[in-house]
Design a protein around this ligand. Structure first.
Ligand SMILES: [Zn+2]
Length: 250
């Protein structure tokens, strides 16, 4: 990915859509952008992120598409980290140039500069719903990982899968990343949710430390056409956010 070109487009689209872009750190030659937009009165706190794996461009592109179309619904407080790992995105690798998988660095003592900066930028904020956008080379269609608290009435993963299915097939595998899966939903065993793991992923950090009621990780298959992948990610985000703003967690 051309990071400089992406950053410029992001800055422009964010401004037009009423978001404030601040820089929360530096990664190599690139600045790390954080987008925020507050509602006029109180609203749900929504968190989105992408670009933590440098060989997964559909997420950052989908978030840029949504900004350009001004498609983030009004009435919510947004915290968006669209470019978590620019050094890896620049060279198209999953890991940083040092070989670190940043999505395994949210434990008590992060090793990477990027994730220390990310955690400092988040502080102890509480979020209601979080979406982390990913891709998978082994993917055979769209799928997701989700954690919902018991009080949540709406089946947000089902909504996400419905939105994705309108654009591309759902991953038919019954085992994904060595975990049981069914109709595009991965069901991690309880041990995966240990909040003190050194290799904690971002989504579980958001679930345990930032108290999100709905935590989802979306995955598009890298083998599919990139345009289709970014449209799928965008459709999922739009549908989930629209429902959350309409009905909250009920
Ligand atoms: Zn990923």
């Amino acid at each position: 990915m051309n990071i400089d070109a992406y950053f410029e487009r992001l800055r422009d689209a964010a401004r037009r859509a009423g978001f404030t872009l601040t820089v929360y750190g530096q990664a190599g030659e690139w600045e790390l952008p954080l987008l925020k937009r507050e509602p006029e009165s109180k609203g749900p706190r929504l968190y989105l992120s992408s670009g933590i794996h440098g060989d997964e461009p559909a997420g950052p592109m989908a978030l840029l598409d949504l900004l350009r179309r001004d498609a983030f619904p009004r009435g919510a407080a947004y915290t968006i980290f669209p470019l978590l790992n620019p050094r890896a995105l620049a060279i198209g690798t999953r890991e940083t140039p040092e070989g670190l998988d940043l999505n395994r660095d949210y434990g008590p003592e992060p090793r990477s500069h990027e994730i220390r900066a990310h955690l400092a930028a988040m502080g102890d904020q509480v979020f209601d719903l979080t979406l982390c956008l990913h891709e998978d080379y082994d993917g055979e269609g769209f799928y997701l990982f989700a954690h919902q608290r018991e009080e949540v009435g709406t089946d947000f993963p089902a909504l996400a899968l419905e939105a994705a299915a309108a654009v591309m097939p759902i991953d038919p595998r019954t085992e994904i990343d060595e975990m049981p899966a069914r109709e595009g939903r991965v069901h991690p065993p309880p041990s995966v949710a240990d909040p003190n793991r050194a290799d904690l992923p971002e989504a579980l950090r958001l679930f345990h430390h930032h108290k999100a009621s709905v935590v989802m990780t979306t995955e598009t298959p890298s083998g599919q056409d990139l345009d289709l992948r970014r449209r799928t990610q965008g459709a999922v985000v739009e549908k989930v956010l629209a429902r959350f703003l309409e009905k909250g967690i009920s």
